[in-house]
Design a protein around this ligand. Structure first.
Ligand SMILES: [Ca+2]
Length: 333
């Protein structure tokens, strides 16, 4: 979603069927949370127990527990459990040149992103990040360009970059024509040569989200894109885990552990160079309007790709993206 022209959603291949896989599981999350949040207390407890009992059976039990854990190394884990955004992990982007004819300015403000806990986290474990779209007519950027909306975009560039592995994010977001949140990854350098992996994009129709790859000769209206529909009874406004499993040979997208779209290296090289052998960083953002939403909803007024009902929703403070956590793992070598 980085380039001047986004793909035309009408041309996305839609086979609509999810396959089973085990890229992500609740057990893995529990393992990671336990490892990161409770490591110190567990270590202390273990020490005491071992000193007191010095029991062989305890050692055997511990060894068995170790064996059942997923064989992955954590590259990055963000639970959004602090009071404010951890800037040692995240960069906050401020609008420079707006791409895709998007209608929002990205600002560094606690009006557009903030952390919540408890009830306010709406079902997130250990707190959540909220990225909020705000109606602020006449907002003027440093480039002296005027916008009617402000929103948020954060990334891990130079703070956490990874080559191959599994990146997952648990998130939920508001529906509404023109609301365009995304969880994605980008390489350094010139787009699209740097390679772009879009794990989750939605443009306001809550019944589906899209996966896509962009790179040299397959960008903008990329042929490597897929529209994944949710099963009946669930949609993008509920919590889901969006993932990508990235290796030197393939990129497999999934939601809630079920594969949505598999792209092999051969499929990519049919169009252009494989732009997925370099480090990528994670981006979370909440765009408003622009080429991709407009291509789907055909709305021109009151804003490009944003309907009046969506404007009303933003004005009412009801256009939000909740992010529970972001996790990047690699297979243990
Ligand atoms: Ca959390």
């Amino acid at each position: 979603m980085y380039g001047e022209v986004h793909f035309n959603a009408d041309e996305i291949v839609n086979t609509g069927i999810w396959n089973k896989s085990n890229i992500y599981s609740d057990a893995l999350y529990e393992h990671i949370v336990t490892k990161h949040i409770f490591t110190s207390s567990i270590k202390k407890t273990m020490k005491v127990l071992l000193l007191i009992t010095a029991s062989l059976s305890l050692s055997i039990a511990a060894a068995k527990a170790q064996q059942t854990r997923p064989k992955t190394d954590t590259v990055f884990f963000e639970d959004f459990n602090e009071k404010t955004l951890d800037r040692s992990k995240w960069n906050v982007e401020i609008t420079g040149n707006t791409v895709n004819n998007e209608q929002q300015a990205y600002v560094d403000s606690n009006a557009t992103f903030y952390l919540v806990k408890g009830k306010a986290a709406e079902g997130a474990k250990n707190g959540a990040l909220v990225i909020k779209a705000v109606y602020q007519p006449g907002f003027t950027s440093k480039e002296n360009k005027k916008y009617d909306f402000i929103s948020g975009r954060i990334n891990t560039q130079a703070k956490m970059e990874f080559t191959y592995g599994t990146a997952s994010c648990r998130m939920k977001m508001s529906s509404g024509a023109g609301l365009w949140p995304a969880f994605w990854a980008l390489g350094n350098g010139k787009w699209p040569d740097c390679g772009e992996i879009d794990m989750m994009e939605t443009v306001g129709d809550s019944s589906w989200f899209s996966n896509a790859l962009h790179g040299p000769n397959y960008f903008g209206n990329t042929p490597l894109a897929y529209r994944a529909f949710f099963p009946k009874g669930t949609d993008v406004t509920q919590w889901h885990v969006y993932s990508v499993d990235w290796t030197a040979d393939h990129i497999i997208f999934s939601v809630d552990g079920k594969v949505t779209y598999t792209v092999t290296r051969a499929m990519v090289e049919h169009y252009g160079r494989w732009a997925f052998d370099n480090a990528k960083f994670i981006i979370l953002n909440f765009a408003l309007g622009g080429g991709y939403p407009a291509g789907v909803n055909k709305v021109k007024e009151p804003y490009n790709g944003i309907s009046q009902s969506t404007v009303d929703k933003i004005k009412a403070g009801q256009a939000k993206v909740f992010v529970d956590w972001v996790l990047v793992t690699k297979s243990a070598g």
